[in-house]
Structure formats: structure tokens, C-alpha cells
Design a protein around this ligand. Structure first.
Ligand code: ACO
Length: 337
């Protein structure tokens, strides 16, 4: 009798970005910057910007529906909706995940947001994996969705040029029917980390319960995204190397076993520096930052969806997601596709 083993894997992916595509030159028209500076310092040429009536849940629902279709699932197959976002529809409550649950007509699922900034999708995949592995869910919809254009200080060229809006999604499922190890997607345990001592190096300082927004007193800029770029850069390079090494060591793998690293798309130079420090082939790191900028929690699933849509993934390929961001947070997942 054939033994049916179950595993936790990815059964579908999807993405959605807003229609409006903004070239660096357009930003150079409203602030003191140039296409040349932005491209050579970051690798970014375009970003997509949400329309005034588009919020994080709108992008998330489009990406989520795409992932459900690809997984061949109906809305009611989903047991849990996780939305990783630091630009939610509403400040604090209700969760964006509940809005998405309603938009997608998912009627019997829990729904919650997850805040780990640009590492959010990685935290989300690990949360979903553990729910499914524990038998608490069969299918979890994980979405990273961001509308950073709403929280940027458009007068600060050091941050405004870096980010874009978008959403990406994956369905994490219990998979039972595939015939062999190579034919079955499988997610391995993640590496997750945090360094809260760096909380204010990448944050919105005012508007929460620490520093309340006081009308007429709080300057608008203090409610928007601010970042110590150099500090975050150095943190990013070191944790990318640490996470990749930890994931490889933990699983008795070498870098040669990895088909693609999908890094958080924050800056091409960060990835180049990390690849150099680890002595890894940079061409194995998939980048699409040129088109989207940094879409925070959405950047890894948007890149994953692009790899899949371009037909660049085969069953059994080993993918390594690695991310870092505000918190400070960092982490990585290993996924057999
Ligand atoms: N256009 C023109 N000049 C600029 C711009 C711009 N858009 N931005 C900065 N400059 C200038 C600065 O004013 C500075 O000029 P000065 O020396 O006369 O003061 C000069 O360029 C160099 O500035 P640095 O900040 O030192 O530039 P750096 O080479 O460090 O690049 C960058 C800045 C791209 C932000 C880099 O530090 C970086 O990538 N940091 C990490 C960012 C990151 O990953 N953030 C996302 C984390 S994810 C999340 O959770 C949201």
C-alpha cells in the first residue's frame, strides 16, 4: 500500500501592483535628485504608486485572489488570512486582514495582521507553516501588502525615492498527494531574528502611544517614515550573510544547493555587498527592484511571483527568502518549490 505523507508547502502565488508607474525622472521634477543618483545608489528606476482610492487591502485582495486561483482553491478552503503590512488600511484597528477576508469572500477563517515591516512576509510564511504543521489549519493565505507612498515624506529625498506600493501573496497548504519528495513543495523551518534596540533607526516616530500626535504641535514630518540609511544598510548586509549561513548550516546545505535567493528588494548595493561578503555568486540572487523599488513586506512575494510567471521555477528547486527591516527584524525561509 502506498504511504501518503503530508508536507507543508506553497500551493499558489500571486501579486498585484498599482497601474501608475513612476520613473526616477518624475521624482527629479519634485525634489533635488536625479535618475543617475537613484539608479547608481539603489538599482531603482521605477516604482508603482497607488491611486488615491487604493488602500493596502485593495492591493492585497487582488494578489490574494491570484494566489487562490493558482492554488486551485475556493475562498472557503482558507482557514487563516495573514496580512503582513506596516501601511494598514486603518491605524491599528481593525486589521487589514479582516478587510481582505471580507473582500475575498472567505467566510470561515481567522484573520490577523503581522507587523515585521520588510521581514513581514518571511515571518508570515513561518507563522503559516507552523499553523499547518501543527494541524491548526490546512490552507493559510499569506499576503504582504504595502502603500508606502502614503507614509513617505515627499520632501525627504533620502527616503522618498526608495519605496513603491504593491502586494504579493502565497498560499501555504498541507500537501498530501504528490508521489515523491522532489515532486512536492516543502517549507523548512525559518530563521527569525529581531533587534529592538534599533527600533528608532527606521520608524514613524509620532502618532502612536509613545509619542502621541498633538494637532497643531506635532510636525507632519515626525509622523512619516524616517530612516538612518547608513545604519540600516550596515545592519542589512550583516544579517543577510548571517541568515543565509544559518539556514544552510541548519540544513546541511551549501550555497550551490540553492536555485535562487530571493532577497528583500531594498537596494541592489546591499545585495552585492552581502554576496561579496559571503563569497556567493550574485547572479543567483533574483532582483526586480529596478521596476518596483522597495515594496517592503510585498517585495519577496512579488519577486517570487515574477520568477514563477516567467517560467524560471521547476519542481524541486530550492529557494531561499531573506529579509530585514524595521524593528529591527530579519529572517529567512527555505522552500522546495
Ligand atoms: N538624490 C541625490 N542625492 C541624495 C539622495 C537622492 N535621492 N539621497 C541622499 N543623497 C545625498 C545625501 O544628501 C548625501 O549628500 P551629502 O554628503 O552632501 O550630505 C549623499 O547623497 C550620500 O548620502 P548617504 O545617505 O550617505 O548615501 P548612501 O550611499 O548611504 O545611500 C541609501 C543612501 C540608498 C539610503 C543607503 O544608505 C541604503 O540603501 N540604506 C538602507 C536602506 C534600506 O534598506 N531601507 C529599507 C529597510 S526595509 C524597511 O523595513 C522599510
Amino acid at each position: 500500500m502506498e504511504r501518503i505523507q503530508s508536507s507543508v508547502g506553497i500551493s499558489g502565488v500571486g501579486a498585484h501592483v498599482p497601474e501608475r508607474r513612476v520613473h526616477n525622472d518624475e521624482l527629479a521634477g519634485i525634489m533635488d535628485t536625479t535618475d543617475e543618483w537613484i539608479y547608481t545608489h539603489t538599482g531603482i528606476r521605477y516604482r508603482h504608486i497607488a491611486a488615491d482610492n487604493e488602500a493596502a487591502s485593495d492591493l492585497a485582495a487582488r494578489a490574494g485572489r491570484h494566489a487562490l486561483e493558482q492554488a486551485g482553491l475556493e475562498p472557503d478552503d482558507i482557514d487563516l488570512v495573514l496580512v503582513a503590512t506596516s501601511t494598514p488600511d486603518y491605524p491599528g484597528l481593525p486589521s487589514t486582514a479582516c478587510v481582505v477576508q471580507d473582500k475575498l469572500g472567505i467566510s470561515r477563517a481567522g484573520a490577523m495582521d503581522l507587523v515585521a515591516a520588510c521581514t513581514g512576509f518571511i515571518y508570515g510564511i513561518e507563522t503559516a507553516r507552523t499553523f499547518v504543521a501543527a494541524g491548526a489549519a490546512r490552507h493559510v493565505l499569506v499576503i504582504g501588502s504595502e502603500v508606502y507612498s502614503r507614509i513617505l515624506n515627499w520632501e525627504d529625498r533620502r527616503t522618498a525615492v526608495l519605496f513603491g506600493d504593491g502586494a504579493g501573496a502565497a498560499v501555504v497548504s498541507t500537501l498530501e498527494n504528490s508521489p515523491d519528495e522532489r515532486g512536492r513543495s516543502r517549507i523548512l523551518p525559518a530563521v527569525l531574528g529581531s533587534r529592538g534596540s534599533g527600533a528608532e533607526s527606521l520608524c514613524r516616530l509620532h502618532g502612536g502611544t509613545r509619542h502621541q500626535y498633538v494637532p497643531g504641535v506635532t510636525p507632519e514630518a515626525a509622523t512619516l517614515l524616517q530612516m538612518e540609511g547608513r545604519k540600516v544598510y550596515n545592519f542589512a548586509v550583516s544579517v543577510i550573510v548571517e541568515v543565509i549561513q544559518d539556514l544552510l548550516n541548519q540544513n546541511d546545505l551549501t550555497f550551490d544547493d540553492i536555485t535562487y535567493v530571493i532577497p528583500h528588494q531594498a537596494n541592489t548595493r546591499i545585495v552585492t555587498a552581502a554576496a561579496r561578503r559571503g563569497d556567493w555568486d550574485e547572479s543567483r540572487f533574483f532582483m526586480n527592484i529596478e521596476e518596483y523599488g522597495n515594496t517592503s513586506a510585498a517585495s519577496i512575494p512579488i519577486a517570487l511571483n515574477e520568477l514563477n510567471e516567467k517560467g524560471l521555477l521547476s519542481r524541486g528547486d530550492l529557494l531561499l527568502f531573506v529579509g530585514f527591516g524595521s524593528g529591527l527584524t530579519y529572517g529567512g525561509n527555505l522552500v522546495y518549490w
